[in-house]
Write a protein that binds this ligand. Structure first.
Ligand code: UDP
Length: 538
């Protein structure tokens, strides 16, 4: 016992000495605060000041060394939401010598991932802003393995979905409040700060109205690698070739209700000749919902965070999103964007209630549940008369909220009609072949040979070899695109060819230099890179 204790004390003294002598070391990736993730040795946190602390000493490192640009506006985003001014990370600086006068540091031995959750009570935010970004940040840095520990600094309590966060590592995640119980000055031996934004597909409308991100970098493949991991952790096993096909209606029980849910379920079952079941976050365990959705042919739900569960649908399934009156489906597309990511292989259908008779509005509720009674009479009247919520910024637009929290009596024939425009026979998971797409390499050994006939006619014979990777692939259709550009001109003549050589004669002039660009195309839309440009003189 005493042996063990003294061992710990020796380690403690060694750790303290290292901190005093070496100080904090930071090396980051990313050029801007919005794409930066930093790795630290000996980053500390004062639970009294609620500030991170960087200790300067002889061996400390700070890369990037931004000087006061570190505050313009911050070193990095602590959540995955881009440039949100409540989610910035920074530290205060001290000389390591100051440690003599400070509380004794408590060392955190685990490799730490330090980040903010954005909105842990909303399932869409949980998956899109937290779980996927944490999962792929951990994939980016090999020492963030299952033994790493997550530290959530946003200051919320666990929240209703905390069990999901616990699946990402074997260690219990710690919240900001809990750090106080560990000590006054915590020092993280090794830590990473910030989250990768590479998997996010939606921006919530803080600076411009909400919509898909401008540059989406994730495909269905990475989404499904993540859901596979989550399903293993949840002990949900996919029943291969399981028998019965069915439809899931994901219902909300508190607000934004489907008023004729029983009728809807009967109609879907009747129309598609499939068992139709309902689930809700209030009445089912999370694993049960995942198990049911991961084998479903179709998922039907009101617009809302529960629709993020389409992450777990099998390839080939259909998502049907129902929108309340006056809410234009094209303006609220987090779930459409998800379903239509390349390689998600889901069919997406939006239905909107266009009939005032079928909507129930709650103008007298509190403002955060969509009430508008606090607005002046004229504004209330305008909102109630309006047939469409104009595009708006997040997050407290009363006109949006009052419409978003309406209940809807779904017009069954109209809904079935919309679904039938897309789903012709039976909906459902088709056993699909691997749908990843492989791009051609450069064409090889490109050559050209010119011949001149007289003073006005010339020909250009161009040939090349197939891209190196093609000989290992089965490709349905291989084509080549050739651009011929006269040197010094801005325009070019494009050709699509099936063979590996071609003699060009139209518009080819004698005694002229041509630039020839060649690339390979698989299956019409998989465009390869251009080979090095060929210079051809006639
Ligand atoms: N929620 C639910 N049933 C309800 C209302 C809400 O399960 O009747 C869930 C919803 O899926 C989300 C959270 O509660 O995870 C917050 O819902 P809110 O209406 O605030 O957000 P939205 O669904 O519009 O994103």
């Amino acid at each position: 016992q005493s042996q063990e204790l003294s061992q710990v004390q020796v380690d403690y003294h060694a750790a303290l000495q290292a901190l005093v002598e070496d100080g904090t070391r930071m090396v980051c990736t990313g050029r801007m605060h919005t794409d930066r993730i930093c790795r630290f040795e000996s980053l500390c946190y004062s639970t009294e000041a609620e500030e991170f602390v960087y200790f300067h000493s002889n061996s400390s490192v700070m890369l990037p060394n931004l000087g006061s640009r570190r505050f313009q506006p911050a070193l990095l985003d602590l959540s995955s939401v881009e440039d949100h001014n409540t989610q910035y990370f920074n530290f205060v600086e001290l000389p390591a010598a100051a440690l003599k006068f400070m509380p004794k540091p408590v060392f955190v031995p685990d490799v730490a991932l330090i980040a903010n959750r954005f909105n842990p009570d909303n399932l869409m935010h949980v998956f899109h802003d937290d779980l996927l970004p944490i999962y792929y940040t951990m994939q980016q840095f090999s020492d963030l393995d299952l033994e790493a520990r997550l530290f959530f600094m946003e200051g919320w309590s666990e929240g209703v979905h905390f069990d999901l966060y616990k699946l990402l590592s074997n260690k219990q995640p710690l919240l900001r409040e809990q750090l106080k119980t560990l000590g006054r000055l915590l020092c993280f031996t090794k830590s990473y700060v910030g989250l990768s934004k590479i998997t996010t597909w939606y921006q919530y409308g803080f600076v411009q109205p909400q919509g898909p991100k401008a540059n989406i970098l994730v495909s269905g493949n990475e989404i499904r690698q993540f859901t596979k991991f989550m399903m293993q952790k949840l002990n949900v096993t996919l029943e291969e070739g399981s028998s019965e096909e069915y439809i899931v209606v994901f219902s909300r029980t508190i607000n934004r209700l489907i008023l004729n849910e029983a009728e809807l379920i009967l109609a879907l079952a009747q129309e598609f000749q499939m068992k139709t079941i309902t689930v809700s976050l209030e009445e089912h365990s999370f694993s049960d919902i995942v198990r049911l959705i991961s084998n479903a042919s179709m998922l039907v739900s009101m617009h809302g965070a529960q629709l993020v569960m389409s992450l777990f649908l099998p390839r080939g399934a259909t998502v049907v999103e129902l929108f309340p009156y006056a809410i234009n489906p094209e303006h609220y597309t987090p779930y459409k964007t998800l379903a239509t990511l390349p390689g998600m292989d889901l069919q997406y259908i939006a239905w909107q209630n266009t009939d005032r008779e079928d909507t129930v509005t709650y103008p007298d509720r509190p403002w955060d549940q969509g009430g508008i009674a606090h607005l002046d009479k004229a504004e209330q009247e305008r909102i109630i008369k309006s047939t469409e919520v104009p595009r708006h910024l997040c997050c407290r637009n009363p006109e949006w909220l009052v419409r978003a929290y309406q209940d809807t009596k779904v017009n069954i024939p109209s809904l079935i009609h919309v679904i039938r425009q897309t789903v012709k026979s039976k909906p459902g998971p088709k056993k699909q072949k691997w749908s990843g797409s492989i791009y051609p390499g450069k064409v090889r050994d490109a050559k050209c040979q010119a011949s001149v006939q007289g003073t006005s006619e010339a020909k250009l014979a161009v040939s090349w070899q197939i891209p190196w990777n093609l000989k290992y692939l089965k490709v349905r259709e291989v084509k080549y695109e050739v651009w011929i550009q006269e040197q010094g001109e801005n325009t070019y003549m494009p050709y699509i060819l099936s063979h590996q050589n071609h003699t060009f004669s139209e518009n080819i002039k004698p005694f002229t230099i041509y630039l020839v660009w060649i690339r390979c195309i698989f299956n019409k839309n998989l465009l390869g890179p251009f080979a090095d440009v060929l210079l051809c003189s006639t």
